[in-house]
Design a binder for this molecule. Sequence first.
Ligand SMILES: [Zn+2]
Length: 282
Amino acid sequence: MRWQGNRQSENVEDRRGARRPLIMGGGIGGIILLLLVLFLGGPQAVMQLLQQQGGGPVAGPQVDEDPQATAFVRTVLADTEDVWDEQFQAVGRAYQKPKLVLFSDEVDSACGFASAAVGPFYCPADRKVYLDTSFFRELEQRFEAPGEFAQAYVIAHEIGHHVQNQLGWSDRVQNAQQRVGKVEANKLSVRLELQADYLAGVWAHHAQRSRNILERGDIQAALDAATAIGDDKLQMESRGRVVPDSFTHGTSAQRARWFKRGLQTGDLAGAELLFQVDDSEL
Ligand SMILES: [Zn+2]
C-alpha cells in the first residue's frame, strides 16, 4: 500500500501508556500539588516526588514506541476523512470527522471499559474508533492476514460504522431490532456489519481513484483479512462448529463479497442494498 508522505490526521487521540496519575490519587489535589512542585522545585523535584511515590510517567507528552504504526493510522484516518468529506458533500451533507483513540491493553470509552481482546471497535455514544495497534500483529499472526492494506481495511470498517451512525442507519436498525426476536435481530446486526465492509470498499475505491494507494496484492490482502475474520471461520476455530444464528459479522464469503462490491462500485447509495436484498443474496 502506498501511503507514506500522504496527509496525516489530527484526529488521533493517543492513550497508549496512559496511566492514572499516581500523585495523591490524582484529581484537583494532585494537579495543585504538581503545579506547586513545578513552581517551587522545578522538574527535578517532580521526578523526586514521582520516585518517592513509586509512580510512573505522569500524563503528558509520551515517547511513541511505534511511530511507524502511528503515522500509518494517522494517514489512513486522514484518507477516510478526505473520501467521506467528498462523498457526504455529494449528497448535501457535512461529514463529522470521528476521533480515533489509540490504546494499549485496555481503554475506557462511553460504551464501557474494554480490553484489547475485543479487537478494534467503534463507540456510537462518543463517536470514536478505538484501536490497539497490537491487533495488527494479531491480524498477521493469528489470522494470517498480513499487509498494510489489510490493516487499512480494518480501520475503514470501523469508520464505516461511524458513517452508518451519522447517516442514521445504525439507529434505524436498532429501532427495528426492538420489534423482532433475537434471531431476526441478529440477522440485522449481520447486515449492519456487512454494510460496514461495503463502506470500507467504497472508501478504498475513492482512495485509489484519488491517491493511487493500491499495490499489487493489496486487494487480496484485504479480502484475506475479511475472510479470516468472518464469523463462521472464527466459530469453527473456537468451537469446532458453525452456529449461523449467532453470527454477528457475517460469513467469510459474505464479508469478502460486500467489501469487493463497495470497492468495485464506490457507490455510497448502494449501501442501502444491504437492507433490501433477501438473506440468500447477502
Ligand atoms: Zn464491525
